[in-house]
Write a protein that binds this ligand. Structure first.
Ligand code: ASP
Length: 585
């Protein structure tokens, strides 16, 4: 008797990749695309038939005219492959379908690139121009399916935790999350615009005022920012918000969803997620998204050089180093010059390199260092002969940041190399940097983020030292997402706006619709959003989120398949009251 798979339809009994020795003797029907075809003797040919599940070898009459990517339905009997033709590298490699009746469902034009791993090396524009063919490939099918599993696991977890899925609008007013927005002209009110949402931030907070209590949404977010390996104009977030919670509650709920998603994708549930303060992350790894898969931590050397004669170190606030295990031989003069240029381009005054020898350091600055300093550096860094030590001396933040970048440049393993190291970064500063025009501090996260209660008295005296109850989730050096406990008291919100240089009038104008409802009783609340594209990319072992998005834009924001963006239609433009001016120079 022929069993059928859960993928059986009225046209097929099985998927191509499902057939195994246990099916021998069964008559089956499979559907798919022609991969390779090889002649086999005078009368027969081997045709590899492919669907998303894999490949099955079909033995067909030589006079059946099937070519690459033809769509077939093949019916035949599963049998053991003859000795010598078994392929252990293929899950179906023990069997083949013989006595095949072939039905050509559709002929096909030869594809512009091979529908297999060789297309990895094809120009990305060509892959994206024919994305429907690129997606036919095993790697891309796998990525789409990992993504789907992750989405399902996240949804299941959120429902199990009592979250309610609520959809928020795509046509919204501008929101203050720092990114440039996409604007949508209004036809009814020429000259007025909606924005596409950077995130559902304001709406989800209003859902808390509305008593929804636990909201989530697989939310599409749009930001008009330069594209990178981990950034697209539009991306998906698991967006969530909870009422009557502290930071711990939010972190627990998000961790549960992320760990469930990871388990769905990899089959293994990761360990509970550790936490690290922003200050510790910067101090130890020089970044707020540390990749914990490797060591090379930043080591404090300021005290070692407390009374140094070496000028470049004498006046520096913070001196730190990283040790590259066995790096002395690996890094020649040329590479060290490049590292120095890199450090300078990141804002450091310079980079000191020390190659560790039996007697001391081989370095252009060795002659300025005392014996005690050499011994102390070696001891602090744990440096042994053959190691390379890189030292930066500057303000605390610059020293940390520069070494953080060098650490990543030198030590970071590729994405597909595990293990998975999740970490919560907590206690971010409330303000980061200053607005170039007004000189006012800028929000580290967004203006609705709750200041750390212990730091509220520093608002006037030392605003840059105020911590916030904001947190990021990081996986292997990728920032998966951010969130915070929100301000729910109007008086505190006004204080933060004042510190940000936002006048009461401007706050009312921009966020009145959001803030006034808070007067009707806003519960304490907080939330989070994590980028699904990034999580899927790391779990699928992909360096670029484009590989896990069905129809992404290129680095320059174009879609070669649909040729968008395209020039506006004059009639539509006129209806919207729009006119294109020549680009300003
Ligand atoms: N809206 C924030 C973001 O998209 C996340 C949050 O604070 O919930 O990064």
């Amino acid at each position: 008797m022929t069993d059928t798979s859960s993928h059986a339809t009225s046209m097929r009994t099985h998927l191509c990749g499902e057939l195994r020795s246990e099916h021998i003797g069964q008559t089956v029907s499979v559907c798919g695309w022609v991969g390779r075809r090889r002649e086999h003797g005078e009368h027969l040919a081997f045709v590899d038939l492919r669907d998303h599940s894999g490949i099955i070898q079909c033995v067909v009459d030589n006079d059946v005219d099937v070519r690459s990517e033809y769509v077939l339905r093949v019916t035949g009997v599963v049998r053991q492959r003859p000795e010598g033709t078994i392929n252990d590298g293929l899950p179906t490699g023990q069997v083949e379908i013989g006595d095949c009746a072939v039905e050509i469902l559709r002929q096909a034009t030869p594809p512009p690139f091979p529908i297999d791993a060789r297309a990895d090396d094809v120009d990305e524009n060509v892959r994206l121009q024919h994305r429907y063919l690129d997606l036919r490939r095993e790697r891309m099918q796998r990525n789409l399916r990992i993504r789907s599993k992750i989405n399902a696991a996240v949804r299941d977890s959120m429902h199990a935790q009592g979250f309610v899925e609520v959809e928020t609008p795509m046509l919204v007013p501008s929101t203050p999350e720092g990114a440039r927005e996409f604007l949508v002209p209004s036809r009814k009110e020429p000259g007025s615009f909606y924005a596409l949402p950077q995130s559902p931030q304001l709406f989800k907070q209003l859902l808390m005022v509305a008593g929804v209590d636990r909201y989530y949404q697989m939310a599409r977010c749009l930001r008009d920012e330069d594209l990178r390996a981990d950034r697209q104009y539009e991306f998906m977030q698991l967006d969530m918000e909870m009422s009557f919670v502290t930071q711990d509650d939010v972190l627990d709920a998000v961790s549960e969803a992320v760990l469930a998603a990871a388990e769905a994708a990899t089959g293994e549930r990761p360990a509970p997620i550790e936490r690290m303060s922003w200050h510790d992350a910067m101090n130890r790894f020089g970044v707020d998204k540390p990749d914990l898969r490797f060591g090379m931590e930043l080591v404090e050397l300021t005290d070692v050089f407390a009374s140094t004669e070496f000028k470049a170190f004498a006046s520096a606030r913070t001196i730190k180093g990283i040790r590259v295990d066995g790096g002395a031989d690996e890094f020649g003069r040329n590479q060290l010059d490049k590292l120095t240029d890199r450090a300078k381009s990141l804002g450091a005054k310079g980079l000191v390199w020390l190659k560790c020898t039996d007697d001391g350091f081989d370095s252009p600055v060795a002659k300025f260092l005392s014996d005690d300093e050499v011994a102390a550096v070696k001891a602090e860094m744990g440096a042994e002969t053959g190691d390379l030590v890189l030292v930066v001396a500057d303000e605390w933040e610059t020293t940390c940041e520069v070494l953080g970048v060098l650490r990543n440049d030198i030590g970071r393993p590729p994405v597909h190399e595990g293990p998975y190291r999740y970490v919560w970064i907590v206690e971010f500063p409330l303000f980061v940097g200053h607005d170039k025009e007004t000189g006012a501090p800028k929000s580290g996260h967004h203006p609705f983020t709750m200041p750390h209660p212990d730091d509220v008295d520093k608002f006037e005296t030392d605003p840059m030292a105020v911590r916030s109850i904001a947190y990021d989730l990081v996986l292997n050096g990728w920032e998966l997402g951010s969130g915070s406990i929100r301000i729910h008291e109007p008086a505190l919100q006004r204080k933060v706006f004042r510190a940000l240089g936002i006048t009461e009038e401007a706050a009312e104008r921009k966020f009145g619709f959001f803030l006034n409802p808070f007067e009707y009783g806003a519960p304490p609340h907080g939330g989070f959003a994590f980028g699904l594209d990034r999580l899927v990319a790391v779990l699928a072992g992909e360096e670029n989120i484009r590989e896990v998005i069905a129809f992404p834009k290129t680095q320059s924001g174009a879609d070669p398949m649909t040729n968008s963006p395209i020039a506006g239609d004059p009639a539509a433009m006129a209806e919207l009251g729009l006119k294109i001016l020549p680009p300003s120079t």
